[in-house]
Ligand binder design. Structure first.
Ligand SMILES: *Cc1c(COP(=O)(O)O)cnc(C)c1O
Length: 398
């Protein structure tokens, strides 16, 4: 399959990306090349070495066609990307990207709604290595711009926030960072490149947890960072020095998931909208936090910048607190209780909105006590999911 099909629609690139005949032979998919050692023809061949780029057999840690095909497919999916580095988890990808753009003495700006382990990385490991983090309200551009100083070398963005769903003006945040000489890294797990082409919107490095939408079947953990040529080269070097590598078995599973990601996301997005609309009309719900829903917080920016959504959104309950929430959650039959999301099966996870939601405009938290639930809508029939929610609300009232 020829490279360079970036002018084709994203749905087509999901199918064609990374399928080079030199990697797949006559098979549709690249075989799982499980190997640590790559053999050389002769001592002269060994001495000649190999270019440090995907596509060259060198040693297992630099990958095989199985990992290269996945990285290549992800690069083709992301407009503006020249390469992709794979990591053993989404958190490892965030760490790999931040360690690439930062050095001791630097200041990092992190969006206040960042994924919790991102905060922990900034407040823990990065702090120990002499990097100062300042958190910013992603909805306040002026306050954000005022936080930059001489030492600010990077910003970490995430939109929507993966619990509280605030949508920020990423093109503006990235532009301000670029004007001040700082690199912008975005955690683009919620939308993926299908829903938010992050590099085209001005970000320098787009990170995804492939554990979620790309894997899609709750059976693997992996992360990626895609970037233009310059940042990609630096990401690659940093990942190599840290010894990051993903197994060819997992890469093969992720590639298999990627091929169907478009249809899965289209289904989950439509189902999530139907369910969020139903929830909005329920007396038990104070607030639906779903930027895809007209009238919901963040919808205007979402409609301006995003080309797609997914099945992940949250609600704040109106009354009853954590006891009522526990009765509701425990009564659900089709929604499992657990972390992660983006699998074929629906999930819920409870969280405390009062602690985490600081910026949702008009959120009427006074009427409830902030007991919130995040929903990940999977591939079940949405009417069955709604029936399940309805019986769980009945159980909550008893
Ligand atoms: C899950 C998640 C991650 C981390 O991914 P893992 O593969 O679980 O390490 C990062 N960002 C967001 C928004 C996530 O939901």
């Amino acid at each position: 399959m020829a490279k360079g099909g970036k002018d084709r629609a994203a749905g087509t690139r999901l199918v064609t990306g990374g399928r080079r005949s030199e990697w797949t032979g006559a098979a549709v998919n690249p075989p799982v090349w499980r190997t640590s050692t790559h053999l050389y023809e002769s001592s002269a061949d060994l001495a000649a070495g190999r270019p440090n780029a995907d596509g060259h057999f060198y040693y297992g840690r630099r990958g095989t066609p199985t990992q290269w095909a996945l990285a290549d497919a992800l690069t083709e999916l992301e407009p503006g990307a020249e390469g992709t580095v794979l990591y053993p988890s989404g958190v490892a990808a965030i760490a790999g990207a931040l360690l690439t753009v930062l050095k001791p003495g630097d200041v990092l700006l992190v969006t206040d709604n960042a994924y919790e382990p991102t905060r922990n990385l900034a407040n823990g490991f990065l702090k120990r290595f002499g990097i100062e983090t300042r958190f910013f309200d992603p909805l306040d551009l002026d306050a954000y711009a005022a936080l930059f100083c001489e030492r600010t070398s990077a910003v970490m963005l995430e939109s929507p926030g993966s619990l509280t769903m605030e949508v920020s003006d990423v093109p503006a945040l990235a532009r301000i960072a670029r004007e001040r000489g700082a690199a912008s890294v975005i955690d683009n797990t919620w939308a993926s490149a299908l829903g938010f082409p992050a590099l085209a919107h001005g970000c320098d490095i787009s990170v995804m947890s492939l554990t979620k939408h790309v894997g899609g079947h709750s059976d693997l953990m992996m992360g990626s960072a895609s970037a233009g040529a310059e940042w990609h080269a630096r990401l690659r070097l940093c990942a190599q020095q840290l010894g990051n590598v993903v197994s060819p078995d997992d890469a093969s599973l992720a590639l298999r998931g990627l091929r169907t990601m478009g249809v899965r996301l289209a289904h989950s997005t439509a189902a999530a909208l139907k369910i969020a609309t139903w929830l909005e009309a329920r007396a038990e719900v104070a607030r639906v936090l779903c930027p895809m829903l007209p009238g919901a917080p963040g919808h205007d920016l979402w409609a301006r910048d995003f080309t797609g959504g997914c099945g992940l959104f949250s609600v704040v309950l109106a009354k009853g607190g954590i006891e009522a929430r526990a009765r509701f959650v425990d009564a659900l039959e089709l929604f499992g209780i657990g972390y992660s999301w983006g699998g074929y099966e629906s999930l819920v996870v409870p969280f405390e909105a009062k602690r985490t939601i600081t910026r949702v405009p008009d959120a009427d938290l006074a009427s409830g006590d902030g007991a919130a639930i995040r929903f990940s809508v999977g591939l079940e029939d949405p009417d069955d999911l709604i029936a399940d929610l309805e019986q769980a609300f009945a159980a909550m009232e008893n």
